[in-house]
Every structure is written in C-alpha cells, then in structure tokens.
Ligand binder design. Structure first.
Ligand code: COA
Length: 214
C-alpha cells in the first residue's frame, strides 16, 4: 500500500515520502477519493502515522492542562496516553463519514513528537472535513502550528474532494482563532448547539499557506 506521490506540501518543501492510506472498503487501495498520505514533510517537521513508542512525547502535552484547556480531551496520565495512542495508530483512513485521521508531528531536528494534527471526514456528500491540532507548550508561538496545519490543509485541498474545511474553536482560545484566521478561515457563527464553540470555515486554499510553506 505504498505510493510515492509528490504532495502539495512537498512542492515547496523538501521531497516528501508519502504512504497513502487505504480509502476504505468501498474502494480499491489507494484509489478512494478520500485516501490520504500518511507521511507529509514540511520545512521543520514530519507529519506521520502515530507509533506506540510516541507515548512519552505525547504525555508531555496530553498531561498539560494549559494545552488541553480548550480541547474535548481530559488531562491524561501515561496509562491514558497509551490507551489513546492505541487508537491513534489506527486512525489512518478517512474511510467513512465520521472517521478521523490522526498524524503525529515529529520535529525533524530533535526527532520528538511535538504535536498532532487531525482531519475528520465530516460530510462527504457536501465535501466537508474538520481539522484539529494540538502542540506541546514548549513549542508554542514558534510557527509550528501554522506550518503543520498548513501542510495538512494543503494536501487535503489538493487530494480530497473538498468544498470546505471547518474548525470548531472555543471563543476564548485566542491562539487557535488567530492561527486559523491567518490560514484563511472565516468565522461563521457558533457550532450548532454550542454557546462556547465558534465555527471557522475555509472555503478554498488561502494564499497564506503557500507563503508559509515557501
Ligand atoms: C493553537 C496552537 C496549535 C497554535 O500553535 P502555535 O505553534 O503556537 O502557533 P503559531 O506559532 O504558528 O502561531 C500562529 C499565530 O497565532 C498567534 N498566537 C499564538 N499563540 C497565541 C496566543 N496565545 N494568543 C494570541 N495569538 C497567538 C501567533 O502569534 C501567530 O500569529 P502571527 O504569525 O500573526 O504572529 C497551540 O497554541 C496549541 O497547541 N494550543 C493548545 C491546543 C489547542 O487549543 N488546539 C486547538 C483546539 S481548536
């Protein structure tokens, strides 16, 4: 199930080695319109499938209440991280609506997993995906979030049958709101049924991503 595609992100970054996910039972391997690369290289990071050996790195930010403050996750101890990691290693295919794909963000210089990015196939009839992300606090405000999420979105827009990408963000989460705005998302009211979650929408790739990846 390997393929060596030049991803959209790779056009402006070092050559990417990509391993495509299986798009699901309805499609031959690699031929689903929702098949997605499992390795994307950016200037300073490698987005790749999670590995059970990532637990210690994940613990650094999954156990940090400042990081999880606006996330729908609890603060996790090592055992809880190992349990969630066991799920994440298999979150590799957007094979049905509601499926999440989860990629570790490995810092190339250190080899450490400093964050994670996620993509959900929310509504394939309308071409809607949702994006999620979290990074370790000691790497905040260094452009890693923008770099990794931009690459994920760049590849998503290039390879998936998308009409929009959404992000649901707490009204008080200034960092996340600022980041997606920079990436070309627009605020579009509240998430259905929520007082605190805003809905941000990206209708098409914005120019900022190309600049970031360049
Ligand atoms: C949101 C998050 C991913 C941003 O990652 P990051 O690597 O710090 O972001 P970047 O360094 O790429 O910064 C992106 C922009 O946001 C701004 N920013 C970052 N943190 C900020 C903060 N606390 N308040 C205001 N702006 C902030 C940066 O200055 C930058 O804008 P600029 O280029 O105009 O200066 C990170 O804060 C995080 O992991 N938060 C915890 C998890 C989380 O809340 N996830 C999102 C759930 S919706």
């Amino acid at each position: 199930m390997t393929n060596h595609d030049e991803t959209a992100a790779a056009r402006t970054t070092p050559p990417a080695e990509t391993t495509r996910s299986d798009g699901g039972p309805d499609h031959p391997r690699g031929e689903s319109p929702w098949a997605f690369p499992l390795r994307i290289r950016t200037r300073r990071t490698l987005l790749r499938r999670h590995d059970l050996g990532d637990a210690a790195d994940l613990l650094r930010f999954h156990s940090d209440p400042e990081v999880t403050r606006y996330l729908p996750w609890p603060v996790r101890d090592l055992q809880a991280v190992q349990e969630t990691l066991a799920t994440k290693v298999d979150q590799t295919a957007l094979d049905r609506d509601g499926a999440w794909l989860s990629l570790a963000v490995e810092e190339l210089d250190s080899g450490r997993v400093i964050g994670e990015v996620l993509l959900c196939r929310s509504d394939s009839a309308h071409g809607v995906a949702e994006v999620g992300y979290a990074f370790a606090r000691d790497r905040h405000r260094r452009g890693y979030g923008t770099e990794a999420v931009a690459a994920l979105l760049d590849v998503a827009w290039a390879q998936l049958p998308l009409q929009s990408v959404v992000a649901h963000i707490d009204v008080d989460n200034a960092a996340s709101r600022h980041m997606v705005t920079k990436l070309g998302f627009r605020e579009a009211g509240h998430k259905d049924g929520s007082d605190v979650l805003l809905r941000y929408v990206q209708d098409r790739p914005g120019p900022s991503r190309t600049t970031e990846l360049g």
